[in-house]
Write a protein that binds this ligand. Structure first.
Ligand SMILES: C[C@@]1(CC(=O)O)c2cc3[nH]c(cc4nc(cc5[nH]c(cc(n2)[C@H]1CCC(=O)O)[C@@](C)(CC(=O)O)[C@@H]5CCC(=O)O)C(CC(=O)O)=C4CCC(=O)O)c(CCC(=O)O)c3CC(=O)O
Ligand SMILES: NC(=O)C1=CN([C@@H]2O[C@H](COP(=O)(O)OP(=O)(O)OC[C@H]3O[C@@H](n4cnc5c(N)ncnc54)[C@H](O)[C@@H]3O)[C@@H](O)[C@H]2O)C=CC1
Length: 219
C-alpha cells in the first residue's frame, strides 16, 4: 500500500512538534514555511529553535511531552530522541484522529514528510515510502538542478493567463487548445533555458488576450 499524496493547507493551524533536536528543527522550519502555528515541547532545544522562540515565530513549552499538549492540535510531529516517547505520541494521536508523523518509526505515524523542491507555487515532492530518505534527498537535489527558480515566475504568468482563458473563452475545444499551446514544447524549451522573455512572447502569440481571434491548427 502506498501513501496518498496531498498538499495540506496548514495556514493558521496549530501544529505540535515533540522534541527539540536537529530533526525537530528541520520539520519546524518546513511547517513555518506553510504558515502553521507551531508549538514545540521539549526539555532542550537547538540554538536555531531557541532563536525562533525568542523572535516569537514559534511557541515553546520547556518540558516533557504530555497528552494535554495535543489540545486543539491539527498535526503532530513525534521527533523526540527517545523511541518510547514518540510511540506514546503516536498512540495518543491515533485515539484522536490527528495527523501524526513519527520520525524514527514510520509505521507508527499516518504520514511521511517528503523531500520538496519549491519554486514559487510549484512544489515537487519526493517520497520513497520510507525505504530510503537519503535517496529522496538525492532525487530532490537532482530536481533542483533541472527545475530552476524561473519555473516559479513562469507559473505565476501561466496561472494568470489560464485564469483569463477560463474566464473568457467559451468554446471548450478552443479553450483546451490554448491551454495546451501555453505549455507546448517550444515554451517548455525556452523555459528550460531560462528565456522567460521568449516563452512569454510565444504564449502571447497563442493567446494575445480576451477578444483575440480564434487560432486554428497547431500552436
Ligand atoms: C519515514 C520518514 C518519516 C518522516 O520523517 O517523515 C523518515 C524516517 C527516517 N529518516 C531517517 C534518516 C534520514 N532522513 C534523512 C532525511 C530526510 N528524511 C525525510 C523523510 C523521512 N524520513 C520519511 C520518509 C520519506 C520517504 O518517503 O522517503 C526527508 C525526505 C523529509 C524531512 O524530514 O524533512 C528528509 C530529506 C529532506 C531533503 O533533504 O530534502 C536523512 C538524510 C539527511 O539527513 O540528509 C537520513 C540519514 C540517512 C538515511 O538513514 O537514509 C531515519 C533513520 C534514523 C536513524 O537511523 O537514527 C528514519 C527512521 C526509519 O527509517 O525508520
Ligand atoms: N525522520 C528523519 O528525517 C530522521 C529521523 N531521525 C531520528 O529522529 C530522532 C531525533 O533526531 P535528532 O533531532 O537528531 O535527536 P536529538 O537527540 O538531537 O534530539 C531529541 C530531542 O528530543 C527531546 N526529548 C527527549 N525526551 C523528550 C520528551 N519526553 N518530550 C519531549 N522532548 C523530548 C530532547 O530534549 C531533544 O531535544 C532520532 O530518533 C533519530 O533516529 C534521524 C535523522 C533523520
Amino acid at each position: 500500500m502506498y501513501g496518498y499524496p496531498v498538499f495540506v493547507d496548514l495556514s493558521g493551524k496549530k501544529c505540535l512538534v515533540v522534541g527539540g533536536g536537529p530533526v525537530a528543527e528541520r520539520k519546524v522550519r518546513s511547517l513555518l514555511e506553510c504558515g502553521a502555528r507551531v508549538m514545540v515541547v521539549s526539555p532542550e532545544i537547538t540554538a536555531g529553535l531557541k532563536s525562533l522562540a525568542d523572535d516569537g515565530k514559534i511557541m515553546y513549552r520547556r518540558g516533557y511531552y504530555a497528552p494535554s499538549d495535543l489540545e486543539g492540535v491539527f498535526l503532530v510531529i513525534g521527533s523526540a530522541g527517545r523511541g518510547e516517547v514518540n510511540r506514546r505520541v503516536a498512540d495518543d494521536c491515533a485515539g484522536r484522529n490527528i495527523l501524526v508523523n513519527i520520525v524514527d518509526d514510520p509505521a507508527k505515524g499516518n504520514f511521511f514528510v517528503p523531500a520538496v523542491v519549491r519554486r514559487g507555487a510549484l512544489a515537487i515532492a519526493v517520497s520513497t515510502g520510507g525505504k530510503s530518505p537519503l535517496l529522496a534527498r538525492k532525487i530532490r537535489e537532482e530536481l533542483e538542478k533541472a527545475y530552476g527558480p524561473q519555473y516559479g515566475e513562469f507559473l505565476d504568468m501561466l496561472g494568470s493567463m489560464r485564469d483569463e482563458v477560463l474566464r473568457s473563452v467559451e468554446d471548450e475545444a478552443r479553450k483546451r487548445k490554448i491551454l495546451e499551446c501555453l505549455v507546448d514544447d517550444t515554451v517548455m524549451g525556452y523555459l528550460k533555458e531560462g528565456r522567460l522573455d521568449l516563452a512569454k512572447e510565444r504564449m502571447l502569440s497563442a493567446y494575445p488576450g480576451s477578444g483575440s481571434q480564434p487560432q486554428n491548427g497547431s500552436c
